[in-house]
Design a protein around this ligand. Structure first.
Ligand SMILES: NC(=O)c1ccc[n+]([C@@H]2O[C@H](COP(=O)([O-])OP(=O)(O)OC[C@H]3O[C@@H](n4cnc5c(N)ncnc54)[C@H](OP(=O)(O)O)[C@@H]3O)[C@@H](O)[C@H]2O)c1
Length: 391
C-alpha cells in the first residue's frame, strides 16, 4: 500500500488524485492533505472519505472551522505555512503529490524532498523559482521528482530506455489557448470570462489564465530545463491545437519520439503514482481516426510576449525566474479580480524583470525573500495601474 500526501487536495489536480486513490483502494491510501482552506465543507468530505492522518491548511481560521465540523477522533489539524511544512516533513508518506498552486508550494515541497519522500510534481511554479536548489536537494536525498504536468510526463516517457546524451531537443506542445487566432489589436479587450474558457483542458483559474497568455508554456520550458537537466535552448515549443501529442523528444539521429493520448490528467497522475509500472484505467481511449488531423504551428511571440519573458528569465538565471513567477502570480490574481487588463499582465512582468537582484540563488530562504519583495513591488504597480484606470 502506497501512502500518499496530497498538497492542494481541494484543487483540480488534487481532487483528480483522490479519485484515483478511490479507484485503487488496495494500492493507495491518503496519509495527509493540505489546502489553503477556501472550501472547508469539501475538506470535511475528504476527511470522512479518506481518513488522512493529518490535514494542514494555510488559513488558521479555516482550521478552526474545520475542527468545529469534524467530530473526534479526527485527523491531526495543522495551521499556517509551518503547518504545511510539518505535514510533508513529519507525516509518513511514500509519495507527496505537490499540487498547490503557485509559490505557496515551495517550502512544503522542499520539506518533502528533505524528508526523503518521492514527489509527484504538478506545482511547476516551485521548480521555476528554485530549479537548481530543488533538483540538487532531490539528487542529494535520492528522491525522484516525477512529473505530473502532461507535457513533462510525456517527455519523461519519451526518454525512458534512451541515452540522455543522445537527446537533441525537447519539443513541448501547446494548445495555443483560447486566443491562438485572435488578432493582436483585440487582446486589450479580453475579459476574465473569455480567458477562463480553455479549448481543451479543465483546470484551476490561475493555470487557465497562464494558458491564455502562454506564460504556462514559458513556465513549462523552465520546468523542463530542470526536470530533464537540458540546456535552455534544447527546450522548444510547438503549438498543437488538438492536444493529442502531449510532447516529443528529438534524438541526435533525427528520430522524434512522441507520447499521445486523450486530454485527461488522470493518466499522468496515475503514471507518476505507479511509475515504473502502469495500471489499466477506464479512461477514454485515443481514437486517431476520429481525430483525423494533427496540426502544428510555430508560436507567435508578438502576440504572446510571456514566452519571450520566460525565456529571458531562464537565460538570465539567478533570481530572474523567481521575479518572473512572483510578478506573474500577482498580475494574474489582479486580472482575475478585474483590477487590470489582460495586456497589463506581460507589461507588469516585464517591468518587474528590469530590477532583478544580482547573483546566484544560494538558498531557499533567499528565494523566499526575493519572491516576497517582488510581490510587494508588483502589488504597488498594480495599484498604480488600477488607480489610473479609475480616474
Ligand atoms: N489543473 C491541471 O490540469 C494542471 C495541469 C498541469 C499542471 N498543473 C499545476 O498544478 C498546480 C495546481 O493546479 P490546479 O489547477 O489543481 O489548481 P486549483 O484547482 O486552483 O487548486 C489549487 C489548490 O491549491 C490550494 N491553494 C491555493 N493557493 C494556496 C495558498 N496560497 N496556500 C496553500 N494552498 C493554496 C487550493 O486550496 P483552496 O481550495 O483551499 O483554495 C487548492 O487546493 C498548479 O501549479 C498548476 O500549474 C495543473
Amino acid at each position: 500500500m502506497k501512502r500518499i500526501t496530497v498538497l492542494g487536495a481541494t484543487g483540480s489536480i488534487g481532487l483528480r488524485t483522490l479519485e484515483i486513490v478511490s479507484s485503487f483502494p488496495e494500492e493507495f491510501s491518503v496519509a495527509g492533505v493540505a489546502a489553503r482552506g477556501t472550501t472547508v465543507e469539501r475538506l470535511v468530505d475528504i476527511a470522512r472519505k479518506y481518513a488522512p492522518q493529518a490535514i494542514a491548511l494555510l488559513e488558521p481560521e479555516a482550521v478552526d472551522r474545520l475542527a468545529a465540523l469534524l467530530p473526534r477522533p479526527r485527523p491531526e489539524l495543522l495551521a499556517g505555512a509551518d503547518g504545511l511544512v510539518a505535514l510533508t516533513r513529519d507525516v509518513p508518506a511514500d509519495v507527496v503529490v505537490s499540487a498547490l498552486v503557485g509559490g505557496a508550494g515551495l517550502l512544503p515541497t522542499m520539506a518533502a524532498i528533505r524528508a526523503g519522500r518521492a514527489v509527484a510534481l504538478a506545482n511547476k511554479e516551485t521548480l521555476v523559482m528554485a530549479g537548481r536548489l530543488m533538483t540538487t536537494a532531490a539528487r542529494h536525498h535520492g528522491v525522484p521528482l516525477l512529473p505530473v504536468d502532461s507535457e513533462h510526463s510525456a517527455v519523461f516517457q519519451c526518454l525512458c530506455g534512451h541515452n540522455r546524451r543522445d537527446v537533441h531537443r525537447i519539443l513541448l506542445t501547446a494548445s495555443g489557448g483560447p486566443f491562438r487566432e485572435l488578432p493582436k489589436e483585440q487582446f486589450a479587450t479580453i475579459t476574465v470570462d473569455d480567458a477562463l474558457r480553455h479549448p481543451t483542458w479543465k483546470m484551476g483559474a490561475k493555470i487557465t489564465i497562464d494558458s491564455a497568455t502562454l506564460m504556462n508554456k514559458g513556465l513549462e520550458v523552465i520546468e523542463a530545463r530542470w526536470l530533464f537537466d537540458v540546456a535552455p535552448e534544447q527546450v522548444q515549443i510547438v503549438v498543437h491545437p488538438q492536444s493529442v501529442v502531449h510532447s516529443m523528444v528529438e534524438y541526435i539521429d533525427g528520430s522524434v519520439i512522441a507520447q499521445l493520448g486523450v486530454a485527461d490528467m488522470g493518466v499522468p497522475i496515475l503514471y507518476a503514482l505507479t511509475y515504473p509500472e502502469r495500471r489499466p484505467t477506464p479512461a477514454a481511449r485515443l481514437d486517431l481516426a476520429r481525430v483525423g488531423q494533427l496540426t502544428f504551428f510555430e508560436p507567435d511571440p508578438a502576440r504572446f510576449p510571456c514566452l519571450r519573458l520566460a525565456r529571458h528569465a531562464l537565460e538570465q538565471g539567478g533570481a530572474a525566474p523567481v521575479v518572473l513567477n512572483a510578478a506573474n502570480e500577482i498580475a494574474v490574481a489582479a486580472f482575475l479580480d478585474r483590477r487590470i487588463a489582460f495586456t497589463d499582465i506581460p507589461e507588469l512582468i516585464e517591468d518587474a524583470l528590469v530590477d532583478v537582484p544580482a547573483g546566484e540563488l544560494e538558498s531557499i530562504e533567499a528565494c523566499v525573500a526575493i519572491d516576497a519583495e517582488t510581490r510587494r513591488r508588483v502589488e504597488r504597480a498594480v495599484a498604480a495601474r488600477a488607480g489610473r484606470k479609475s480616474l
